[in-house]
Write a protein that binds this ligand. Structure first.
Ligand SMILES: [Zn+2]
Ligand SMILES: [Zn+2]
Length: 251
């Protein structure tokens, strides 16, 4: 199995996961004119995509889903709560997923995991194939025991390091937005992401990508500094950016 990203952050997200038989996209927050050239850069044509898995209805995750799905007849998998937000139009083929109920798609097993985030029925995903697993964990405000258990044994992990708390508190956001981002249903700070890895003990992933990094309230340099202790323990550490995401990595 391998994975890559077309971009990561509050202006748009899309992750590709490919096994021998299946190719899925997690979220699509980009318009077609951005998605298609970025897919081509990854060597993928949209006709190859078997499914789009949607984590929640925020625009940076769902904004480009319907256009892409309809144009290339790709089924969209989402929770009933996410569907009720009406961000996916009625002509889109949808399949409902139940949080914490695994589903099989060709040779992949997809586990939607409930996360604390301010959306109707958000989930993030752990995808397994032949005893190897990838976790994609962004857009959550706190680390529930459920999340820690579900994601702490992944062989590869994409983990949100959204903001530096000092930069957020002294940054350009109005107080209400600051409170939302820092709250229990907002986004993970660098420190919370660090704590997640610390709590994972001996179960650190072999490949770690830090993503959904805020462009206003964080910087890749800051994230690199904080996570440098893990660079000696994890074989590959990447930092995903809004414009470039990251290229293919093996699970
Ligand atoms: Zn997001
Ligand atoms: Zn969100």
């Amino acid at each position: 199995m391998r994975f890559c990203s077309l971009g990561s952050g509050s202006k748009g997200n899309a992750t590709l996961v490919q096994s021998d038989d299946a190719l899925v996209m997690i979220d699509c927050g980009f318009p077609l004119k951005v998605t298609l050239p970025r897919l081509a850069e990854m060597g993928i044509s949209p006709e190859q995509i078997d499914a789009i898995l949607v984590t929640h209805e925020h625009g940076d995750h769902i904004g480009g889903v319907s256009r892409l799905a309809r144009k290339f007849q790709i089924p969209v998998y989402l929770t009933a709560g996410t569907y009720r937000s009406k961000k996916v139009d009625e002509k889109t083929t949808v399949k409902f997923i139940q949080p914490d109920t695994p589903l099989k798609l060709k040779d992949m097993v997809i586990n939607p995991v409930t996360v604390p985030h301010d959306a109707r029925e958000p989930c993030q995903f752990v995808i397994e194939k032949s005893s190897r697993s990838l976790g994609v964990l962004t857009d959550l405000g706190s680390l529930s025991v459920h999340v820690q258990n579900a994601f702490s044994n992944c062989d590869a992990l994409v983990l949100e390091a959204n903001h530096d708390v000092d930069m957020l508190m002294n940054g350009p956001y109005p107080p209400s937005l600051r409170a939302r981002v820092a709250g229990n249903w907002g986004h993970l700070s660098n420190q919370q992401a660090f704590d997640f890895l610390q709590n994972s003990g001996d179960n650190l992933p072999e490949t770690l990508v830090l993503g959904h990094i805020s462009m206003q309230n964080n910087s890749v340099d800051k994230v690199k500094d904080i996570f440098s202790p893990f660079e000696s323990q994890v074989s590959i550490v990447h930092y995903a950016t809004q414009d470039e995401g990251y290229g293919w990595l093996n699970v």
